[in-house]
Design a protein around this ligand. Structure first.
Ligand SMILES: NC(=O)c1ccc[n+]([C@@H]2O[C@H](COP(=O)([O-])OP(=O)(O)OC[C@H]3O[C@@H](n4cnc5c(N)ncnc54)[C@H](O)[C@@H]3O)[C@@H](O)[C@H]2O)c1
Length: 268
């Protein structure tokens, strides 16, 4: 059956869709916010770093898009509720949530404090849960005809060991994979699709911070073996385009899927 250019473009467009991207002040989240704005979405740039979030929002507005920066620590329930109130007051609903914000400091397994373990899970696991909970509540009120799409950003480390001193991080993201599958099954009847992406190594501001020469934070482990990343390191845009796919009508028959976007790491 022939497909018109119009139909092809519509598969990857999200015109006037209302989208929250957490951690959108930097790296993969920032690239996703810019790509979503090009694809027609109205954005909430949600980040703990409000100055950087405001810069991203103003760049989007200057380019002709719609964006609002909101300060939030996603691990705090009242702050997440305030974020969704700000979204509702500004746009009146939600279509897309990208759970991208994360805490990533490395820690020696045998020396790790309970506080470090807890902070990792408070941000990456509880924060993802809180944002999903508030988004799904709103999406259900809007009705199954409108539905919604949620994209959780996990890590390839949740599927295969990659970097040492990262057990707390991989644990927090493995929980995200589990939440993604179970919530997808639970809310499919409400027209809400929930998928996750497991990135391999990506050149971002956060990744650069790890190259500080410190014995614990500098990446070591299987992923650092020469040639192990078959396609090398990704750019943030290479991840953002996969996120747009999962948020757009092009993936309308996908839910509960944990998709590796890893430059071939899992088959290498
Ligand atoms: N970069 C990689 O190589 C890589 C690999 C695998 C997975 N990931 C995942 O991709 C996502 C983005 O990674 P990145 O490298 O672009 O990160 P980054 O460090 O460049 O940006 C993360 C953003 O999240 C924000 N943030 C941190 N804690 C927050 C909190 N509590 N509340 C709200 N915002 C908070 C930061 O201010 C920052 O703007 C993360 O979920 C990360 O775990 C990245």
């Amino acid at each position: 059956m022939p497909v018109s250019n119009e139909k092809l473009n519509a598969l990857f467009a999200i015109p006037s869709k209302i989208a929250i991207v957490t951690g959108a002040a930097s790296g993969i989240g920032k690239a996703t916010a810019h790509l979503f704005a090009h694809a027609g979405a109205k954005l909430v740039i949600a980040d703990i770093d409000i100055k950087a979030a405001q810069n991203v929002a103003s760049d989007i507005i200057t380019a002709g898009g719609e964006a609002l920066a909101v300060a939030v620590d996603i691990s705090e329930e009242t702050q997440v509720q305030r974020l969704f109130k700000r979204l509702f007051d500004a746009y009146g609903g939600i279509d897309i949530l990208v759970n991208n914000a994360a805490y990533r400091p490395k820690a020696d397994f045998l020396e790790m404090s309970v506080e470090t373990w807890d902070r990792m899970h408070d941000v990456n696991t509880r924060g993802t849960f809180l944002c999903m909970r508030e988004a799904i509540k709103l999406m259900r009120i809007q009705g199954a005809d409108r539905g919604g799409a949620i994209v959780n950003i996990s890590t390839i480390g949740a599927a295969h060991p990659t970097i040492f001193n990262n057990t707390h991080y991989d644990s927090s993201k493995s929980a995200v994979n589990g939440m993604t599958r179970t919530a997808a099954a639970e809310f499919a009847g409400d027209g809400i699709r929930i998928n996750a992406i497991m990135p391999g190594g990506v050149h971002t501001e956060g990744t650069m911070k790890m190259q500080d020469g410190n014995a614990v934070s500098t990446p070591k482990g299987p992923i650092m073996m020469p040639g192990r990343m078959l396609l090398g390191m990704a750019s943030p845009l290479q991840l953002a385009s996969a996120i747009l796919f999962l948020a757009s009508p092009a993936s309308s028959f996908m839910t509960g899927h944990i998709m590796a976007v890893d430059g071939g790491y899992l088959v290498g």
